[in-house]
Design a protein around this ligand. Structure first.
Ligand SMILES: *Cc1c(COP(=O)(O)O)cnc(C)c1O
Length: 410
């Protein structure tokens, strides 16, 4: 049987333990929702004060030059690149994941004009499906959406496939797609691969270039800790950057935005993926947050993340078995992202009861209790305490006090 002392011992030798103090975490909260909204780094709060008070307030328009605001999409992009196995100049940060997906899916069809099929899996994240639908309507009958089960993707790739568009880590179960195999199969068939890294970036070790991936998007406010509504990112492999064109061809994607030329001429390189003015305040926060992840390194982060999820699953088996929890995440750590999900009939109420006890996870329809483990600030003793709380909630039927309400952000 594992004990709390054993968990405290793991914290004592945790090479990432000191990173927790860099976050402004509230007292008496165990935060297991960094997969949905990452916690606040103290450096990001400090940077926010500076960018608002000094750069904007005092510098005014001079800060476009003095504070190099225009470079932010590229500077943050290069930091993200180091976390996802991309090279410098292959990633930019801007807009939202949804908008970036629209741009890259549209661009993928322009790169493969003779092909019709957008291949995805039936358990993809809703916005990915909605955007795929939107791209289909936008481009008309030349796009056919083909949706298959996650384990049928490889078999479904063929000579009609223009782009295979998948979320690498499933948002519900945490199951990891085999990026290297699927990207290689797409390449072999002449298709492109497009990966949504929203639940991967900062959570698992991603190697886009090692896998031969073509395109990717991802979210800035989850494991990257960029803050609510933080800019998302786009990756375009260097070999595609000469040819790629995207439909939101605004002035920030122009080769020379301040020439105010009459016609659009795409910037050389990844800059052509941009559209409008950079979100300076939000990008500045993201920029500070990324420094922490780059310093910690994805190898150490993944190792701790796996130890945390493994401990959580094993403690639940030891302490809450027989309470009707169904593990929905892979038992095999190699296939598991940085989250653990359980199916539970009264999952919504149980998650609310846990939050009332200071243990913050989240709920996903229809019955999923989801717990995310951000290795920069979650401790091993937090896992112990969270499992104690969960067992108490289930044994005491505390979920009864929290009936499901419509229209709330869960
Ligand atoms: C969180 C998430 C998004 C977020 O999209 P936004 O447009 O940034 O709101 C997109 N895709 C996946 C897979 C996600 O997990």
């Amino acid at each position: 049987m594992t004990t709390r002392e054993h968990c405290a011992g793991l914290d004592a030798v945790d090479p990432l333990a000191d990173f927790r103090a860099r976050f402004a975490l509230p007292d008496n909260v165990i935060y297991l929702d960094g997969n949905s909204l990452g916690a606040l780094p103290k450096a990001a709060a400090e940077r926010a004060r500076n960018v608002i008070g000094e750069e904007w307030g005092a510098g005014l328009i001079r800060s476009w030059n003095d504070a190099d605001w225009m470079a932010l999409p590229f500077k943050t992009g290069d930091k993200i690149a180091r976390l996802i196995g991309a090279g410098a100049g292959e990633v930019v940060a801007s807009d939202s994941t949804s908008v970036n997906l629209f741009k890259l899916l549209s661009a993928a069809f322009a790169l493969r004009p003779e092909r019709r099929v957008l291949l995805t899996d039936s358990d993809n994240f809703p916005t990915d499906n909605y955007i795929a639908e939107g791209v289909g309507e936008f481009l008309g009958p030349r796009v056919e959406r083909r949706v298959v089960a996650a384990d049928e993707i490889l078999a479904a790739i063929d000579s009609d496939t223009a782009v295979v568009s998948l979320t690498q880590v499933n948002y519900r179960s945490g199951l990891i797609h085999d990026m290297a195999r699927i990207s290689a199969a797409a390449t072999a068939a002449g298709a492109l691969s497009l990966w949504d890294l929203s639940h991967s970036a900062g959570a698992i070790a991603v190697d886009l270039n090692g896998a031969g991936a073509d395109l990717a998007v991802g979210c800035g406010y989850k494991y990257l800790n960029g803050g609510p509504g933080a800019p998302a990112f786009m990756f375009v492999a260097e070999r595609h950057q000469q040819a790629i064109r995207q439909p939101v061809s605004g002035w920030m994607g122009h080769a020379a935005p301040f020439e105010f030329a009459g016609a659009f001429r795409p910037a050389p390189g990844i800059g052509r993926m941009l559209s409008g003015t950079p979100q300076v305040v939000a990008l500045s926060l993201l920029d500070s947050s990324l420094d922490i992840l780059v310093e910690a390194g994805m190898g150490a982060l993944r190792a701790k993340s796996l130890a945390l999820t493994e401990l959580f699953i094993s403690l639940i088996e030891q302490k809450c078995s027989g309470q009707g929890l169904e593990l929905l995440s892979p038992k095999d750590p190699a296939l598991r992202g940085s989250q653990v999900s359980y199916g539970y009939a009264n999952g919504y109420g149980a998650v609310q009861a846990l939050i009332a006890r200071g243990v913050i996870g989240d709920f996903r329809q229809p019955n999923i209790m989801r717990f995310g483990f951000a290795p920069l600030y979650v401790r091993y003793i937090d896992i112990w305490d969270a499992v104690q709380a969960l067992c108490a909630v289930l044994e005491g039927a505390e979920w009864k006090s929290f009936p499901l309400r419509e229209g709330v952000v869960t």
